[in-house]
Design a protein around this ligand. Structure first.
Ligand code: NAD
Length: 476
């Protein structure tokens, strides 16, 4: 129990004016779709809006609009001109940042502290960063005059809805491509507000098209013959389907898939700092993070001390209303995701691992899961191998650096890893042996638009972010 009780500090939702229903954004306008579905708030199960569902014919219309905009306007425009639009979009995102943050927390369930301080500032930063590249592509290291690819079909998940949109759209537009983007079915609303921002920025019609809908709309977009490039972030399972669909075509593809990252704490690490990093690694965004530090590897000699300190810290985490500025852990994004987390944690207990959660009251409506750690985990357990994508940490121990590296790499994934130690030489030696796209040292879950991000093995291929992120959108 904390000594002081917090008074509620709710962020007002009055800044968001939701329409009762939204169409598809094609050719610069909102148009009717073939069907519709509801987007609900996972923290209250309240219906937020009715959203159009794209059919195959709608995918055709959107790709045609993107092709026309590419041929007639965007593909011909100078980089300096394209940059003006991207800078304008970045500035509008900053100006409307609070509105976007509140809407993101409503639709996704993530704490307002995170959408306000992490997601939305990073979204603006991505647009600023790639705006800066638009007129310098000749000097990016991809040949003297790299050309855009054409129309990009982009599909994103629900865990960082607007941030994933920015990772996809900003580099594509900077390089001169036009896009058709499909947000995830449970979190379409900030993408639709982004469509309004494109209108406000007077982006030429058809340069950005947003199709709301489920997996079938995504599949139709991937298979569309007039799409030149596919960019996907989501599960490894769907990534495999997409790789099969584009095999044998001329389409370029990048896949950002799942992860099961090791967060490795050596005995010389500053324990309090490491515990903050462990908490940030697995409880940030309810653990709905592809690069979450979901496997804690702690050196045996300090494991008791670290676990004690971690449990004490976890007892101070506040779970509840995403719009309360004191909330650390918000709602699980959907009933399906909650069922998956419950299924995997039940398997953990059946296989003999021991679960621990701090006492905390959960709201009566909505989808919630207590922050949980499992001890007594073996490498063969499902909770040590499969991505839980929730606030659940599996704790394993090791004795030597070599054992830590072996256990960390013992996964079909390879997206990220963390190293906690006082020794710089150990950071370099261990990082060098980890098969992971991103390795953090004495920190975790740090993102920056200038830094490339992507995976090894079943975590996918291609890089997003930084100069490397341009390559996926340029013919050279
Ligand atoms: P998902 O793969 O089910 O869905 C992702 C998107 O793909 C959604 O928009 C969905 O509608 C669409 N989709 C579904 N079936 C499709 C198909 N056959 N063809 C084309 N599109 C299809 O994943 P999810 O449950 O929404 O997201 C969680 C997963 O995403 C996790 O496994 C997580 O690790 C991964 N993820 C990875 C990264 C990364 O950068 N590597 C980032 C975020 C999330």
């Amino acid at each position: 129990m904390s000594i002081f009780e917090y008074a509620p500090a709710p962020e007002s939702r009055a800044i968001v004016s939701l329409k009762p229903s939204y169409g598809l954004f094609i050719g610069g306008e909102f148009v009717d779709g073939s069907g519709s579905f509801k987007s609900i708030s996972p923290s209250s199960e309240e219906v937020l809006a009715e959203v159009a569902e794209a059919s195959e014919a709608d995918v055709d219309r959107a790709v045609a609009a993107a092709r026309k905009a590419y041929e007639q306007v965007w593909g011909k425009m100078s980089g300096a001109e394209r940059a003006k639009y991207l800078f304008r979009i970045a500035r509008i995102i900053q100006e409307r940042g609070r509105e976007l943050a509140v809407l993101e927390s409503l639709d996704n369930g993530k704490p307002i502290r995170e959408s306000r301080d992490v997601d939305i500032p990073l979204v603006a930063a991505h647009f600023f960063y790639y705006a800066g590249w638009a007129d310098k592509l000749d000097h990016a290291g991809f040949g003297a005059s790299p050309r855009p690819l054409g129309v990009a079909g982009q599909i994103i998940p629900w865990n960082f809805p607007l941030l994933m949109l920015a990772w996809k759209i900003a580099p594509a537009l900077a390089c001169g491509n036009t896009v058709v983007l499909k947000p995830a079915e449970t979190t379409p609303l900030t993408a639709l507000l982004f469509a309004e921002i494109c209108q406000q920025a007077e982006l030429p019609p058809g340069v950005v098209n947003i199709l709301t809908g489920a997996g079938a709309a995504g599949a139709a977009l991937v298979a569309h013959p007039d799409v030149d490039k596919v960019a996907f972030t989501g599960s490894t399972e769907v990534g495999r389907i997409i790789a099969r669909t584009v095999a044998g075509t001329n389409k370029r593809v990048t896949l950002e898939l799942g992860g099961k990252a090791a967060n490795i704490v050596f005995e010389d690490a500053p324990v309090d700092q490491a515990v903050e990093g462990i908490v940030n690694g697995i409880f940030f965004n309810q653990g709905h993070v592809c690069c979450a530090g979901s496997r804690l590897l702690v050196q045996e000699s300090i494991s008791e001390e670290v676990l004690e300190s971690l449990k004490r810290r976890m007892s101070t985490l506040r779970v509840g209303d995403p719009l309360d500025k004191n909330t650390d852990i918000g709602a699980i994004n959907s009933a399906e995701q909650l069922a998956r987390i419950k299924e995997l944690t039940a398997a953990g207990e059946q296989e003999g691992a021991e679960a621990w959660s701090p006492p905390c009251e959960l709201p009566s409506r909505g989808f919630w899961f207590r922050p949980t750690i499992f001890t007594g985990v073996s490498q063969a357990h499902r909770i040590a191998r499969e991505e839980i994508f929730g606030p659940v940490l599996s704790v394993l121990t090791f004795r030597t650096p070599a054992e830590a590296v072996e256990k960390a790499n013992n996964t079909p994934y390879g997206l990220s890893a963390g190293i906690w130690t006082e020794k710089g030489s150990r950071i370099l030696a261990v990082a060098d042996q980890l098969r992971a796209g991103v390795v953090w040292a004495n920190t975790f879950n740090k993102f920056d638009p200038t830094s490339p991000f992507g995976g090894y093995k079943e975590s996918g291929y291609g890089r997003e972010g930084g100069r490397h992120g341009l390559e996926a959108y340029l013919a050279h």
